[in-house]
Design a protein around this ligand. Structure first.
Ligand SMILES: [Zn+2]
Length: 184
């Protein structure tokens, strides 16, 4: 009964409320949804964890860091590697960061106050990364190997929430325990 109630409450919390709590340097959230033929990953992270700064790049070196980051995230299957048993292929990556001018928020810098408000609060900025894998048998995948920690040492913890046909699970990943099990 308690578990059932907790599940109901968690499902009722709006996504925006969860995201507002997500900006802790070194920490990111990763929501994984496993369906019959897709595995979807939704990440929100402070930009600091990837870049060491949280604003538009100002120098050539910073612009190069941003370009390298975007290129690496676009080939997200090198950073997130589902269990080969699922026979998954990367099919879509969407990046969104108002500070970097990525995604649909980029034209709202001064015209609107809703989309990039978060980016201006306390001079913090985040990046949202949405990744879709198309799989022959997604539910056969037992894990996803997360390869972020060596490439981006500022990332210390990843709070993962997994939703599968078998239920919902939470796991915390760190350097050294970077395999995300898609079960308990
Ligand atoms: Zn910050």
């Amino acid at each position: 009964m308690v578990a059932m109630l907790a599940g109901t409450l968690a499902a009722a919390v709006p996504v925006s409320a969860q995201q507002q709590q997500a900006h802790v340097h070194g920490h990111m959230t990763l929501d994984v949804a496993v369906d019959a033929q897709t595995i979807t990953l939704a990440i929100e992270s402070p930009l600091d964890s990837f870049l060491g700064f949280e604003r538009a790049p100002r120098t050539d070196a910073e612009r190069k860091r941003v370009a390298n980051l975007v290129a690496r995230l676009q080939s997200a299957d090198s950073l997130f590697q589902p269990d080969p048993e699922g026979a998954c292929k990367l099919s879509k990556v969407a990046l969104s960061s108002a500070a970097l001018g990525l995604g649909e928020k980029q034209e709202d810098e001064h015209g609107h106050d809703h989309a990039d408000k978060k980016a201006h609060d306390h001079e913090h900025a985040s990046i949202d990364i949405d990744i879709v894998f198309t799989c022959t048998q997604a539910t056969e995948a037992r894990f996803i190997d997360v390869k972020l920690f060596d490439s981006y040492p500022r990332i210390r913890t990843v709070a993962a929430q997994v939703a599968t046909p078998q239920g919902q699970f939470k796991h915390t990943l760190r350097k050294g325990t970077s395999r995300l099990n898609l079960s308990h």
